[in-house]
Ligand binder design. Structure first.
Ligand code: NAD
Length: 358
């Protein structure tokens, strides 16, 4: 298989973790006989410095003509004073919009070697493997009317939750298809007891479910879900929900695993998917060879699985991560007594070494 990948390392630790993920990708390519052709371009603060724009046209064009995008992270104190439209984070919104990335997939999986890193009891989190599918381009973040208006006595702030049948159908399909490759259970999260938009959400997803008889569909109110994620997270396989609810619940699910540096994400929709760790550019540790590259390496595994249908290759990477952790190797953020501390590059070396031995 030959694939073209647009690589945007971005800012801060993005410059350190992305090269490690690319090395792992190359190792998989050599081992399994695939050609991954990586082309690099700038986004975020680095792009602002060289072109004045967070998402230069050239970078956007590269993303559009690639089979997938791998992104590190954007942002940092240097660019915080810029006006909103020129901020590094605009690059992410621009890419999502221009690539039609309407679904955000965030797995929260606990590695047994890291159980102690979670704030929850081991018996509650041991074995959790949840995938949050969040609608990314609709709902209350984009619905109109919106704004702040004057009233006779002060002001009123307005946002509107809007979902169309088409938007709900396409995100439901992403969730059902993901569940078919996992344990076959979708839990749809809404607030249908209060919100009309949720009532439509529930009605449409129930309808779409008829095309996926091999998947079980359950419904749950968002307040109950927030509680159940802490009480008994193992009951979930795929969670599908709106932009706002997903924003909150995906962070809650991520916290179950205890470490921000470990988790990957995928934004998918049309033909080009975008893959990135869930964390930011971590300016506090940038340039020190301290960042954990595992979230980015796991993002490459998601790319192989979701964009290229290479599930065996994805599994090999996941096994290599698991085995490296089982052998006691850690970056600073997940270090504990009795483990061996590695830098960013050395963790990349170790995962590749383990991968080659599998
Ligand atoms: P952050 O995720 O960058 O860092 C939060 C904390 O987690 C820091 O202490 C950091 O050192 C640590 N951390 C994060 N990733 C790590 C890793 N891989 N290994 C070890 N430790 C890690 O969040 P922040 O500090 O709130 O934001 C910093 C910058 O990143 C801001 O400019 C913010 O806007 C941006 N940001 C970008 C993205 C993105 O590119 N998708 C996401 C979130 C924040």
């Amino acid at each position: 298989m030959k694939k073209k990948i647009a690589v945007f390392a971005g800012d801060g630790i993005g410059q350190e973790i992305v090269p490690q993920a690319i090395r792992v990708l190359d190792a998989i390519g050599v081992r399994c006989g695939h050609g991954f052709d990586c082309e690099y371009a700038q986004v975020g603060g680095a792009a602002i410095d060289s072109t004045g724009m967070p998402l230069p046209q050239e970078s956007l064009e590269l993303a559009k003509k690639s089979d997938a995008v791998l992104l590190g992270a954007v942002g940092g104190p240097k660019w915080e004073g810029l006006e909103y439209e020129r901020r590094p984070e605009r690059a992410l919104l621009g890419l999502r919009e221009q690539l039609g990335l309407f679904a955000n997939l965030r797995p929260a999986k606990i590695y047994s070697a890291l159980i102690d890193a979670s704030t929850l009891k081991p018996e509650v989190i041991d074995g959790i493997d949840v995938l949050v599918v969040r609608e990314l381009t609709g709902g209350i973040y984009f619905g109109k009317p919106k704004g702040i208006e004057e009233t006779a006595t002060g002001h009123k702030g307005i946002n509107t939750e809007v979902y169309t049948t088409e938007e709900i159908i396409r995100i439901s399909e992403v969730a059902f298809k993901a569940a078919q490759k996992r344990r076959g259970l979708v839990t749809s999260i809404d607030k249908a007891n209060v919100l009309e938009s949720s009532e439509l959400w529930r009605r449409v997803i129930t309808d779409v479910h008829k095309d996926y008889p091999d998947v079980e569909l359950r419904h749950m109110y968002v307040d109950n879900c927030a509680m159940q994620l802490i009480r008994n997270p193992k009951q979930f396989d795929v969670l599908v929900t709106t932009n706002l609810f997903g924003d909150i619940l995906s962070d809650e699910a991520a916290m179950l695993t205890g470490s921000i540096g470990m988790l990957p994400s995928a934004s998918v929709g049309s033909t080009v998917g975008m893959y990135e760790p869930i964390h930011g550019s971590a300016p506090d540790i940038a340039g020190k060879n301290m960042a954990n590259p595992i979230g980015t390496i796991a993002s490459v595994a998601m790319m192989l699985n979701h964009s290229f249908d290479l599930s065996k290759e994805a599994e090999l990477i996941e096994q290599a991560i698991q085995s490296t952790l089982d052998q006691g190797f850690r970056t600073k953020d997940i270090e504990s007594d009795g483990t061996t501390l590695l830098g960013t590059k050395e963790m990349g070396d170790k995962i590749i070494q383990v991968l080659e031995s599998l």
